[in-house]
Write a new protein. Structure first.
Length: 44
């Protein structure tokens, strides 16, 4: 039982780490998209 619980925690930790990596990677992309979008909107 304890071994299964430990395995579940390891999987949760891995998925949380993956989410953090995705968020960190997505942040500059989202920022660049916002800047690009605002430049296009102000350009019109």
């Amino acid at each position: 039982m304890a071994h299964g619980l430990l395995h579940t925690f390891k999987e949760l930790g891995a998925s949380f780490m993956l989410i953090e990596i995705v968020e960190v990677a997505a942040f500059p992309v989202a920022t660049a998209a916002k800047i690009l979008l605002s430049e296009v909107l102000y350009g019109l």
